[in-house]
Design a protein around this ligand. Structure first.
Ligand code: SAH
Length: 205
């Protein structure tokens, strides 16, 4: 997975490549899909949600440029896989999920894989997790029409946020850095995520 899907496609951050070779992705997919856990794609994890494609997880992590001492917020826990990769790359990870079944499932998977220090929360992540802010980095794994102001507001100065921005059917990954002059944005690859529902996401949640 790391050599073929990541390195050959241009993921060059050695810390990200190493982190993804360490995290047992098969522990984060339903048992019936374990045999395809390392293949090149998103996979269903129940409740209409998906575990992201490895290349996209690697791209998000690379854009965040983590060095090891950061506090990171992961919005949209889903399977817990992205949170586990972030835990390999940073000092503290807080992850938030809105669907109780997924929250419970991810807690179990994270514990089973040895990531019990990841802090799991149940709630509307479009509002962030204010009581643990500020964050050096925020990774959003669900699509939104715009960067939720609450999330940007929970970034530390110089902090970086990655989010799939666009419509419900297709988006592009956007990197936003918090500066004294306001957000500085850079657009990365096209992508397709499930919608971020909730107060500052799409309606319907
Ligand atoms: N990072 C995940 C990908 C999960 S897909 C992984 O590695 O497996 C996106 C997740 O975002 C879904 O589980 C969905 O339920 C969740 N989600 C959508 N809107 C949300 C919100 N407002 N707050 C928290 N989670 C949300």
């Amino acid at each position: 997975m790391v050599e073929h899907q990541l390195r050959r496609r241009g993921i060059a951050d050695e810390r990200v490549l190493q982190a993804m070779s360490r995290v047992p992705r098969h522990l984060f997919v339903p048992e019936s899909l374990r045999h395809v856990a390392y293949e090149d794609g998103a996979l269903p994890i129940g409740e209409g949600q998906t575990i992201s494609q490895p290349f996209i997880v690697a791209t998000i992590c690379s854009l965040l440029r983590l060095e090891g001492d950061e506090r990171v917020l992961d919005v949209g826990t889903g399977s817990g896989y992205q949170a586990a990769v972030l835990a390999e790359l940073a000092a503290e990870v807080v992850t938030v999920e809105r669907v109780p079944e997924l929250y419970e499932w991810a807690r179990r998977a994270l514990a089973q894989a040895g990531y019990e220090r990841v802090e799991t929360r149940l709630g509307d992540g479009s509002l962030g997790v204010p009581d643990r802010a500020p964050y050096d980095a925020i990774a959003v794994a669900a699509a939104a029409p715009a960067i939720p102001p609450a999330l940007y507001g929970q970034l530390a100065p110089g902090g970086r946020l990655v989010l799939p921005r666009g419509g419900r059917r297709g988006q592009e990954l956007v990197l936003a850095e918090r500066t004294d002059e306001g957000p500085v944005e850079r657009v990365s690859v096209p992508c397709r995520f499930v919608p971020l529902l909730g107060a500052e996401g799409f309606a319907g949640g």
